[in-house]
Design a protein around this ligand. Sequence first.
Ligand SMILES: [Zn+2]
Ligand SMILES: [Zn+2]
Length: 370
Amino acid sequence: MPVPAVSRQIVFPERDVIALDTIAVPAPGPDDVLVRIRRVGICATDLHLLAGHIGNPFPLVPGHEFVGEVAAIGTRAGLDRSLSIGDRIAVEMLLPCRACAWCRSGRYNLCAHDDPSAGLPIGRQLGVNIPRTTGHGLWGGYAEYLMAPQEAIIHRLPDDLSWDAAVLVEPYAVAHRAVARAGIRPGDNVVVVGPGPVGLLTVAAARSAGAARIVVAGTRAARLEPALRFGADAVVNIREAADPIAAVRDALGGAGADAAIETAGVPSAQQDAVRLVRRGGRVVLAGACGAHAELTLHADEDLLTREIDVLPSFLSAGGFEPAIAGLARGEAPYEELVTHTLPLAEAERAFALIASRDHSVIKIALDPTR
Ligand SMILES: [Zn+2]
Ligand SMILES: [Zn+2]
């Protein structure tokens, strides 16, 4: 399929503004891979970005949950990556420098190379904090085409994996990182707080890590119900339960949760996670709450006297490999999460649908080929 001269993109020119625009598509540089986007997931992070809660990256082409095909490839990239035109790929949002201490230790989500004044994307995140005014401007997945630079981490997708399942690879990678941070071992009891897409995928990831019993805690009944199909043993509506801590303990068969993983991205859910875990347990905070969100905990009652390990989990580092493997094995009814797939031009409607908190909405994907 020939590469057109221009690509359509959704642009956030400034906070609270969504526009559809076009941009020239250059030939890839020697180390670049031009990606034809087949699906991009809309994430709560994108809503935070639009609202100006995550810095000032404008004008921004959002979209970090994208998958697609190799459309064109630079000469060196073709050799180094052994990729061919048409290959189905996922690209990690992180563009690590691979040289700083964090990158070398494997925690490339904490890459310390971030010098926007250099005009390069190194150390930053596709679709999140690289302004469209940097270089060629093809840095976001809400577009027909994206340019993956030399620093990009590219994964091949199985040929028989549907795009509707493949679009979940990034949130599933976030879930796998959270489960890894929680140190889930076979036999552990786990409570997942927040039954959104990442929460449901965290249930599947915890299940594949060998969790014994998994309970999902949340406040929206329509969101809790699918958790059972993703591997949860029980769900607890913590708004309705008279004693949520007791309800979770009962659902875990009387034992406490060895680990609580929060995926909702609101401080109240983070508090819930700390209070729902057993003494000496581990709490992973995986949801982004937006700028200036404050978390209040009782230093002694919640943390000190219970010796709770609080472990934030940031982005998806190390999560893509197990996520792709899980998707390929079909461990959960993944495609059920993608409740809506809309054309690129309907991004604004997609955001309105999410904001409406319509019960039928779990994950909305955009299909830029439409
Ligand atoms: Zn996301
Ligand atoms: Zn680095």
